[in-house]
Design a protein around this ligand. Sequence first.
Ligand SMILES: Cc1cc2nc3c(=O)[nH]c(=O)nc-3n(C[C@H](O)[C@H](O)[C@H](O)COP(=O)(O)OP(=O)(O)OC[C@H]3O[C@@H](n4cnc5c(N)ncnc54)[C@H](O)[C@@H]3O)c2cc1C
Length: 299
Amino acid sequence: MQDADLLDCLVIGGGAAGLTAAVYLGRYKRRVQVVDAGASRLRLIPLSRNVPGFPEGIAGPDLWRRMREHAVAYGVPIAEACIERLEQRAGGGFIAHAAGREWHARYVILATGACDVAPEIPGLDHALQAGQVRYCPVCDGFETQGQRVAVLGRAGHGLRESLFVAGFGNEVTWLAMQSQEEVAPADLARLREAGVRIAESAPTRIECSQSDGVCVDLVNGQRLHFETLYPALGLVHACGLATALGARAHADGQLEVDAHQQTCVPGLYAAGDVSVDLNQISVATGHAAIAATAIHNRL
Ligand SMILES: Cc1cc2nc3c(=O)[nH]c(=O)nc-3n(C[C@H](O)[C@H](O)[C@H](O)COP(=O)(O)OP(=O)(O)OC[C@H]3O[C@@H](n4cnc5c(N)ncnc54)[C@H](O)[C@@H]3O)c2cc1C
């Protein structure tokens, strides 16, 4: 490989973080390439109402398309591929491999995101689009005011999310999946104070339909009805390319980074959901601006 082919920066992942990094690096006139596997969580958002500048809301796929167009407008190429392996390059930098192709770069921004652990619900995609199933109360808890809302998740995630969701003037039931025995008395008292009910037994089946909303059957034969369900089953962070190189991750999966978004592997940066527990578009774009500028200043 000729030195002229060496990228200043390879951005792995073309969602909110990766595309923002591409815009910044493109405008800094750096040699940058985005490689994206095409599964941004942006594409799952029916309508986001907390992106600054869009008071009427914007559909996730529209925002994703606009962000791609923005990166392309500054000359950044976007390849569709899934990076399978990242290695350190003799003499500095990195080599990324994907199905017989490879990219060499001085710096890498890992913007590979995270995936929600999905509940077993027939027609889940449709229920997500209809807003009956929602993953992110930070994003859309506001929209559940006055509704009957269920939170599905074991002690830990489920408990924290139930308390959070109950702050929106709704009627919350925690589907605790038989984990309420693990909850400390002080936390049970907090749930009571917040008005959160705990379902009497574990859910056996959840169904969503236009006519009946979200129906939950419990082991004890009860059937509960809700307008909205928040699964709180956790997230899987796509951090494997970095941890394979020795980058450290926190206990719940996101990568550890410094104030410039650099992991403990010199030259390897991380931005967006893969490196934070506040999974938000504005956080992902902020990370990307910080990482891209830090890299530009080092080049
Ligand atoms: C239903 C839903 C609603 C949401 N609503 C909102 C909202 O209203 N407001 C808000 O702020 N946030 C919302 N979010 C969260 C928001 O979508 C994420 O925080 C944001 O997309 C994170 O950006 P990211 O770039 O880190 O990850 P993503 O946008 O998920 O992008 C990651 C990209 O990396 C790619 N990738 C992964 N591994 C590889 C690899 N090995 N090689 C190449 N590419 C790879 C993926 O395919 C994907 O395209 C919502 C999320 C969901 C699921």
